[in-house]
Design a binder for this molecule. Structure first.
Ligand code: BES
Ligand code: MN
Length: 453
């Protein structure tokens, strides 16, 4: 494939911009500078803005007050690539196989961001844009966007806009246009579990002293009841049932249970009873253990009663659930279920509120038309399980909900080895950008209020 646009994407993916790992700090800067040069090369005024963490890349067209302004958001940071040995081609040595570009960040979120930049570049080469455009590309999405709120507040005037567009969600089926109208929120914590003052001989003390690893396992198991519901008191207080049209949209989604099982590589699905898998992923909250450890991990056996253990848990939130309240309820739950002789210490991590907007609003309809124009069929409307923590701040600070126009393939393996982005989606993304800007520039696509959920 001899397309310079694809070469550019490979260049972008080659930069190991892993926000979570401090050793990659210089690469974060290199990546931000790469974007800066790219944005300037298509004729935008662009700069890097330092934050307390990784820099933000900001670019814009001159503001014509007669036109609507569209802010396009994305992130240039990527998840850690480990475990490296499971990649067919190395994570930062991108390779094209079977029409897909493989590499860390290809579909989360570099392919989409570059597609939007190239779409604007192509349009600018033909003449003035139908709207003013602002690109806001951050480097801390994968670590919770902690510094972006302050950035939005400080730059509120410069970032003033009429619509926000993001392509960082997944298509319901391969090549199937999809507008995601809701994302789950997130709240994370680490629980450190300790008991004896030092590791003990499990023969000399076992039977008389509480084992922190067993205690951690019990605390983990206490999170769910036998119906797969979360057993934390008050956890569901702010959760609502889906509206009828949402259940219909979920039932009609081209993504169905067998696809989810196939993509996940499991023989059957699991979870809370009474809801379809699509509903459980999009509209129900969850508690997931993301890490669990302690004790002897080496070869052979070692009869030890470890002094400490830990586990990491993340909650996905829906409707009106607030991260801080959920973390407080969870802390109370763990304290209540703490076995005698065991101490726990809880360290809260990052959080983000759930997001939803009305896909029948004027902007929602404009986004749906752009998707239909690009892909030749009306888009699926989905609630998605992932989180983009800054979305509610966009709403609060800039006053607009984000239009979530999916470009990632359902098989993209985001956050996992062998992440990939179909070249067809990359090229469609460039067309989608142009259709969207035309649609939002046309009369009628006026700013909208968020959906009352
Ligand atoms: N692109 C995802 C968000 C996403 C994934 C939306 C799947 C819809 C479907 C984003 O880059 C991401 O991974 N977000 C993190 C946020 C967290 C680290 C605060 C997530 O959802 O785990
Ligand atoms: Mn991600």
């Amino acid at each position: 494939m001899n397309d310079p646009r694809i070469d550019e994407l490979m260049e972008f993916v080659r930069i190991p911009s892993v926000s979570a790992q401090s050793a990659h700090e210089p690469d974060m800067r290199t990546c931000a500078e790469w974007l800066l040069a790219k944005l300037r090369s298509i004729g935008l005024e662009a700069r890097l803005e330092p934050t307390a963490g990784h820099p933000v890349v900001l670019a814009k067209t001159p503001r014509d007050p007669a036109k609507q302004t569209v802010l396009i958001y994305g992130h240039y940071d990527v998840q850690p690539p480990e475990p490296l040995e499971l990649w067919t081609s190395p994570p930062f040595a991108p390779e094209i196989r079977d029409g897909r570009l493989y590499g860390r960040g290809a579909s989360d979120n570099k392919g989409q961001i570059l597609a939007h930049i190239l779409g604007v570049g192509e349009a600018l080469a033909e003449g003035p844009l139908p709207v003013n455009v602002i690109f806001l590309i951050e480097g801390e999405e994968e670590i919770g966007s902690n510094n972006l709120t302050t950035f939005l507040e400080k730059n509120r005037a410069e970032l003033a806009c009429d619509a926000i567009a993001i392509s960082d969600t997944g298509m319901a089926a391969e090549g199937y246009p999809t507008l995601s109208y809701a994302l789950r929120g997130i709240a994370t914590m680490e629980v450190k579990v300790s008991g004896p003052s030092h590791d003990l001989h499990s023969g000399i003390y076992g039977g008389a002293v509480a084992n922190p690893l067993t205690a951690a396992a019990r605390l983990i198991a206490s999170l769910h009841d036998s119906d797969g519901r979360i057993a934390i008191e008050g956890f569901y207080d702010d959760v609502k049932e889906m509206a009828d049209w949402e259940r219909t949209a979920a039932a009609e989604s081209p993504l169905q249970e067998r696809d989810i099982a196939r993509q996940a590589g499991v023989s059957e699905l699991a979870g809370e009873s009474g809801y379809s898998a699509m509903e459980r992923i999009g509209a129900r909250p969850t508690a997931e253990i993301n890490g669990f450890g302690g004790g002897y991990q080496g070869e052979g056996s070692k009869t030890v009663l470890p002094a400490e253990a830990f586990f990491k848990v993340s909650f996905r939130l829906v409707h009106n659930q607030k991260p801080d309240r959920i973390l407080a309820l969870a802390a109370r739950h763990f304290e209540k279920n703490r076995p005698p002789g065991i101490r726990i210490e809880i360290v809260n991590g990052h959080g983000g509120e759930p997001f939803a907007f009305d896909p029948t609003s004027a902007q929602g309809l404009a986004a749906r038309r752009a998707l239909e124009e690009t892909f030749g069929r009306p888009p699926a409307l989905t609630r998605e399980g992932g989180s983009i923590p800054i979305l509610t701040d966009f709403q609060k600070i800039l006053g607009h909900p984000a239009l979530l126009l999916a470009l990632a393939s359902p098989d993209c393996r985001a956050h996992a080895p062998n992440e990939s982005f179909p070249i067809a989606n990359f090229l469609a993304g460039i067309r989608l950008n142009r259709a969207l800007l035309r649609g939002l520039g046309a009369a009628g696509a006026r700013p909208e209020k968020p959906m009352k959920s």
